[in-house]
Design a protein around this ligand. Structure first.
Ligand code: PLP
Ligand code: TYF
Length: 394
């Protein structure tokens, strides 16, 4: 049977990681995979995670199975973090998943299970794994305009016009904050307009929130997700703990299905448990337990929030430095959008040829669509990158 298998295209982001590792140049700059790195280029274990792991090692007495939906205390803590008091707790069904990707996958499966005809509207561009998983499941995708490469911002009129084409039962996938791969985001007024289109079309919103705390702050980054969930009869939310808790390899995420409570919430909960059982039975627990310990212990929570804020501000500082440096070198505001973007990523808006030139001539590694991981920079390499961008003629 194995000989019948078809070779699959590699994940471009992960391939780039490998090419970077094999490059012998000492001054190479890695702006590829979306992993936070500090000024020394290290992805640290957060202080609160270390403390929680220490405590867990001392206190944990069993590693027996938990439940198909994971530990309810994890769901409660994460629902509180993401949704605050935007919706009644009784209207949320939730399942722990292997990372945010697991939550995305389970959400798509739930959509397909509930409505095999549903189409999923995705931003152009979106995180490549969205498209890959949707194609794999055979779910029809419809791209909506999003990034305006002229301005580096959102083509909001185009976006609204495309979303307006959704039919009742279609799903509109939105990034809650810190859009991957572009870094361009909607403002609160624009989110209200999106909500108006969701109501008009009766499409179902699905929000992927993988960078809460990386943009404008923990509550600020969740504001759009909260507004949508409060306004709509049904919302799916896929949340990741990989980035904001720095526990990438622990595979920690949560899928939330928000409805009007009562029987709908019950059937949503049963379906999430069923879908978990079909795919992996019990979700991973280690990362979820650490997150729960941190969010429910005031001291650990305060320390985690403080360290996350340092991370956020360091990326914001690098953005501003890069935008300023390019302003100085070009004498124009062409790159001002880099300072306005939020999160780990910014799409420079240049061609794959230019991206390759930056790699070959300057040892700068960004994804082929010109997405840069801002956290791959530090105060010393920002001017080097700015000079490389200008020398390449971008
Ligand atoms: N969604 C988006 C938009 C992402 O960028 C990522 C990657 O970090 C994820 C989901 C899921 O990440 P993970 O599965 O590592 O939690
Ligand atoms: O976009 C990124 O770089 C992150 C990390 O298959 C990632 O979201 C990259 C590729 C992948 C899974 C996660």
């Amino acid at each position: 049977m194995f000989e019948q298998l078809k070779p699959q295209p590699a994940d471009k982001i992960l391939t780039l990681m490998q090419t970077y590792r094999e490059d012998p140049r000492a001054d190479k700059i890695d702006l590829g995979v979306g992993v936070y790195k500090n000024a020394q280029g290290v992805t640290p274990v957060m202080r609160a995670i270390k403390a929680a792991e220490h405590r867990l090692w001392e206190e944990q007495e069993t590693k027996s199975y938990v439940g198909l939906l994971g530990d309810p205390a994890f769901s409660d803590a994460m629902i509180d973090l993401v949704l605050g008091d935007a919706v009644p707790r009784a209207s949320v069904a939730a399942a722990a998943t292997p990372g945010g990707t697991g939550a995305v996958r389970q959400a798509f499966e739930m959509i397909q299970y509930g409505n095999p005809k549903a189409r999923v509207f995705v931003s152009d561009p979106t995180w490549p794994n969205h498209i890959s998983i949707l194609n794999y499941l055979g779910i029809e995708t419809v791209a909506y305009r999003y990034f305006d490469s002229e301005t580096g911002g959102v083509d909001f009129d185009g976006m609204l016009a495309d979303l307006d084409q959704a039919q009742p039962g279609d799903v509109i996938l939105l990034h809650g904050c810190c859009h991957n791969p572009t870094g361009a985001n909607l403002n609160p007024v624009q989110w209200q307009e999106v909500i108006a289109v969701l109501k008009k079309t009766q499409a179902i919103p699905m929000i992927d929130i993988a960078y809460q705390g990386f943009g404008d702050g923990l509550d600020e980054d969740a504001a759009a997700t909260r507004a949508v969930a409060a306004a709509m009869p049904e919302t799916l939310i896929a949340a990741s703990c990989s980035k904001n808790f720095g526990i990438y390899r622990e595979r920690t995420g949560l899928l939330m299905a928000v409805s009007q409570g009562g029987a709908n919430t019950g059937i949503a909960r049963d379906t999430l448990a069923f879908l978990n059982r079909q795919n992996f039975s019990f979700p991973p627990d280690h990362g979820a337990r650490l997150v729960t310990m941190i969010l429910t212990d005031p001291e650990l929570r305060a320390d985690w929030a403080a360290e996350l804020e340092e991370v956020r501000l360091s990326m914001l500082g690098l953005r501003k430095q890069l935008a300023d440096e390019l302003q100085k070198l070009t004498g124009s505001d062409r790159f001002a959008f880099l300072g306005q973007h939020r999160g780990m990523f910014s799409r420079l808006g240049t061609s794959p040829e230019m991206v390759e030139k930056l790699r070959a001539d300057h040892g700068v590694y960004m994804v082929g669509d010109s997405r840069m991981n801002i956290a791959g920079l530090n105060a010393r390499t920002v001017p080097v990158l700015a000079q490389a961008i200008v020398s390449a003629g971008i």
